[in-house]
Ligand binder design. Structure first.
Ligand code: NAP
Length: 283
């Protein structure tokens, strides 16, 4: 998503040279799962263009149900749940990504009743029998994720989680209980207080929970948030968005530093839970 090009959304876009540098640096660093979507502007084309010669080195996850509309100055993200859109998404993604298979094909949202009634889960199983995809996934959030999990139809579940945004903790536990591959996104909380694009709501949680007190020396706040996520006992992979080689290096260093001590994690979770409870009570 961070490698989308111009005429999409948000305040930044990435040029071709930077996309090539970042994508190759990601694989050079040993990262082996890339997540993209037809909704992310030029991202799929760039992965195909710059990494097709390295296809065996990574797992590729993309999404379906995507029906974006390109306006003159921006991309409108829209989701449509028909077999035609799903088929078109897969064929377009395979062409853009310059590959003949997708490792993880995820519904980009959707709800259980719609996906079932339209026969879309069966359609993904057909793709799997045809060798076009390897695993079926969902990328979802509350409340739709609850009924999606009850279908027990998915190999992988992608869900947002970080120590500052723990709202999907129960869903993660439920998905883990089903034996799903658990992919966390938003696991660096958009960079937290260290982000170039500031998100005051997240900064407030950080400040009110006084997390600076728990920061090990030599660790940035973004690295600390990422290490909290990488310490989550039920995750299998964390997708981090970055268009910056420096942030990539910092994030790889954070991963190499390993999980945080249990007492620190407990403190973080308790402090953030208290802040979120106080915020909810004051509404
Ligand atoms: N519905 C869905 O399926 C869905 C929705 C959202 C996201 N996703 C997937 O999840 C991925 C990540 O999502 P996300 O971008 O929302 O969350 P994220 O990974 O928590 O945040 C990415 C942001 O964090 C910044 N960042 C990364 N490392 C940093 C560091 N060391 N220091 C400071 N800032 C840092 C990045 O800016 P810089 O570029 O400046 O590093 C970027 O703006 C997306 O790329 C996409 O693949 C899926």
């Amino acid at each position: 998503m961070g490698l989308r090009g111009p005429r999409t959304w948000g305040v930044r876009s990435v040029d071709e040279a930077q996309a090539e540098r970042v994508l190759n640096a990601v694989l050079d660093a040993g990262i082996s799962l890339l997540d993209t979507a037809p909704d992310y502007g030029l991202a799929e084309e760039r992965i195909g263009r710059y990494l097709k010669h390295r296809r065996s080195q990574f797992l590729l996850a993309t999404k379906v149900g995507c029906d974006p509309i390109q306006h003159a100055d921006h991309l409108e993200v829209r989701h449509t749940w028909t077999a035609q859109v799903i088929r078109d998404n897969l064929e377009t993604s395979l062409r853009r990504l310059q590959t003949d298979y997708i490792d993880i094909l995820q519904f980009h949202g959707g709800d259980a009743a719609t996906l079932q009634q339209a026969g879309l889960i069966e359609l993904l199983k057909t793709f799997r029998r045809q060798g076009k995809i390897r695993w079926l996934g969902i990328s979802s959030t509350l409340p739709a994720i609850r009924s999606l999990l009850q279908l027990s139809a998915f190999d992988t579940v992608q869900v947002p989680w970080s120590c500052l945004t723990p709202q999907h903790s129960d869903c993660i536990a439920e998905a883990a209980g089903l034996g799903c591959g658990l992919i966390i996104r938003g696991g660096i909380a958009q960079g937290g207080p260290d982000a170039e694009i500031q998100r005051p709501q997240l900064n407030d949680i950080w400040q009110q929970a006084r997390l600076d007190e728990l920061l090990p020396s030599g660790t940035t706040r973004a690295q600390f948030i990422l290490r909290c996520t990488l310490s989550h006992p039920q995750h299998h992979s964390v997708i981090i968005g970055t268009a910056s080689l420096q942030h990539l290096a910092e994030n790889v260093a954070a991963a190499a530093a390993g999980p945080l001590p249990t007492d620190v994690l407990l403190q973080v979770n308790q402090r953030v839970a208290t802040v979120l409870a106080q915020t909810a009570a004051s509404r």
